[in-house]
Design a protein around this ligand. Structure first.
Ligand SMILES: NC(=O)c1ccc[n+]([C@@H]2O[C@H](COP(=O)([O-])OP(=O)(O)OC[C@H]3O[C@@H](n4cnc5c(N)ncnc54)[C@H](OP(=O)(O)O)[C@@H]3O)[C@@H](O)[C@H]2O)c1
Length: 288
């Protein structure tokens, strides 16, 4: 199987690269900006043809919810809606299956039980609106397409909440963290392996799956556990969403029900266990 990974230098893309050796039957082509812009149909079409690609995993996205909100979504709209539509159209034209990654922020957070794939969506912020638009735009092309929604992604690569908290702790010795938003932290390596389970089953037809690590916490509790496992003594102060200065409205509860992807064979580790694996990987010399 020849797999094109777009957005390959992001944290999920690098996590797929890290586990790629576990799939000897697959050959991976990792691409990103500037050489493979997902909004450029010609470039993507050429990559598919020249490399005999039969599956695309789209990890490319505009992921800064803060910037999306401030810039009124111009770039986020282009990358998160137009991008997956272009990719899915090209995939369909070439008879190639595609996995596209989306977010828990398509939900409004009003639920008190984990969101299933069928639950009604209702994004609260520009980023979530663009990601939902990307889902429906890509599905509308009729491509063979699997959408995997995930939440609170972190890894040893790139920037993410876990790394931000560790660096704030080192700099200030104290952090203030929101304690009224609940979700499931997800180690990108676990998501990478879950995506490969779906790819291994063959991408035929269309479907949506939810994947996150198991368990639910607030950002405050997540931070406390990061510091505990990392042996960091910094103080963690709980605050409310209203006290946190951000233009972005975030769901109060965005836990995903992962039954469907577990039934498909994906492994869903406990988030605390995966956090430990990530912190150990962060110490390795190849981690950035
Ligand atoms: N991070 C989270 O907490 C989170 C939570 C839920 C869902 N997700 C979803 O999970 C997926 C992976 O997220 P991530 O955290 O790995 O993202 P990331 O680290 O921000 O990586 C995204 C990659 O896409 C690239 N990119 C941006 N525009 C592109 C374009 N037009 N063409 C090709 N590549 C482009 C980015 O390049 P530049 O850096 O140069 O822009 C970056 O390398 C995304 O779909 C995201 O929406 C993330």
């Amino acid at each position: 199987m020849n797999i094109l990974v777009t957005g390959g230098r992001g944290q999920l893309g690098q996590s797929i690269r890290k586990v790629s050796g576990e799939y000897p039957d697959c050959s991976f082509l990792f691409t990103d900006l500037p050489e493979a812009d997902i909004t450029d149909a010609e470039v993507i079409g050429r990559l598919i043809e020249e490399n005999g690609i039969d599956t695309i995993i789209n990890c490319a996205a505009f992921t800064s919810a803060e910037r999306a909100e401030r810039d009124c979504g111009d770039e986020a709209l282009w990358v998160n809606i137009h991008g997956p539509m272009v990719l899915a159209s090209v995939a369909k034209a070439h008879g190639v299956g595609m996995v596209h990654v989306s977010t828990d922020y398509v939900f409004d957070g009003e639920s008190s039980v984990p969101y299933t794939e069928e639950a009604a969506t209702g994004p609260l912020n520009v980023y979530g609106i663009t990601k939902l638009g990307g889902e429906s735009g890509a599905l509308a092309t009729g491509a063979d397409l699997v959408i995997v929604r995930t939440s609170w992604l972190y890894s040893e690569f790139g920037s993410n909440f876990m790394k931000t908290m560790l660096s704030l702790a080192e700099k200030n010795g104290e952090v203030w963290v929101v304690n009224d938003q609940t979700g499931s932290p997800t180690y990108a390596t676990d998501l990478a392996r879950a995506i490969m389970v779906l790819v291994g089953r063959g991408i035929e037809g269309q479907g949506i799956y939810h994947f996150s690590d198991a368990g639910e916490v607030t950002w405050y509790d997540f931070t406390k556990e990061i510091f505990r496992q990392a042996g960091v003594g910094a103080k963690v102060n709980p605050i409310t969403s209203i006290e946190y200065p951000s233009p972005v409205k975030r769901p109060a509860y965005s836990v995903l029900d992962t039954s469907k992807i577990r039934e498909a064979g994906a492994v869903v580790p406990q988030w605390k266990d995966s956090l430990g694996v990530c912190l150990a990987a962060l110490k390795a010399p190849e981690a950035k």
